[in-house]
Design a binder for this molecule. Structure first.
Ligand SMILES: O=c1ccn([C@@H]2O[C@H](COP(=O)(O)O)[C@@H](O)[C@H]2O)c(=O)[nH]1
Length: 232
């Protein structure tokens, strides 16, 4: 994999024309585009198809979290969108994860993955929602649960890559948001790492939004990040 192909750009916008234009400009400079709840709620499957038609892989980041039958149905319904990656919340539990993995395979989606603990949360947040464990232990528990139920990988912070790799091995895909180059603002992200350090730690894919999309020149920002990753 070439260094720049590890970068998926998060398109958190409602504006489909802007998103398509940005995807066109970034084609060949990054590996794919990530669309989430804001874009999908505004533009639906047709909006995602417009991004996919630019000719880049799409990560459909809808983070399904519901009963097993509902999640499996939602994943099967994504088949016509043909995303490269789709995801659910690992906290949906073992049966939901199993049915999600089966539905992803049925729909021909290459990677069905699960979110562990969101990168905008820290230990205080975990305590506040009543999870009486360290972030690291809870993330590793959810990653193991995800792997044991047949999914392809997890969304995690770069801070937890080493213990997940130790528990789940080298082939389990680690998709990592909360990426902040030294020159970018953290915003609402709490568990962050630079692109270079995240890849050195073992990230497969870096999800990067605002450091690119909010930059004065998004193309230049993407190139700068890709350059940081060269030779790793
Ligand atoms: O734990 C998670 C899971 C998903 N995300 C998503 O990634 C991007 C990050 O965007 P930035 O602008 O680089 O912060 C965003 O779309 C989130 O929904 C995450 O940040 N953390």
């Amino acid at each position: 994999m070439k260094a720049f192909e590890r970068i998926y750009v998060a398109l958190d916008t409602t504006d489909v024309s802007y998103a398509v234009e940005l995807a066109q400009k970034l084609k060949g400079l990054v590996g794919g585009m990530k669309v989430g709840k804001e874009f999908f709620t505004a533009n639906g499957p047709q909006g995602v198809a417009a991004i996919r038609d630019v000719g880049m892989p799409v990560f459909l980041d809808l983070k399904f979290h519901d009963i097993p039958n509902t999640v499996a149905g939602a994943i099967r319904a994504a088949k016509p969108i043909a995303p490269q990656i789709i995801n659910v919340h690992a906290q949906g539990g073992p049966e939901m994860l199993k049915q999600a993995a089966n539905a992803g395979r049925e729909a021909g989606i290459p990677l069905t993955i699960a979110v562990t603990i969101l990168t905008a949360l820290d230990q205080d947040d975990l305590d506040a929602i009543g999870i009486n464990d360290t972030i690291e232990d809870q993330v590793v528990r959810l990653a193991k649960l995800t792997q044991d139920n047949g999914l392809d990988g997890v969304v995690c912070s770069a801070k937890e890559i080493a213990p997940i790799r130790a528990a789940c091995g080298p082939d389990f895909k680690l998709i990592v948001p909360g990426i902040r180059p030294a020159w970018a603002a953290k915003g609402d992200q709490k568990r962050v790492m630079t692109p270079r350090d995240a890849v050195l730690a073992g990230a497969d894919i870096l999800v990067i939004g605002r450091p690119i999309t909010q930059a004065d020149d998004p193309v230049e920002a993407a190139q700068k990040i890709a350059h940081e990753l060269e030779g790793l």
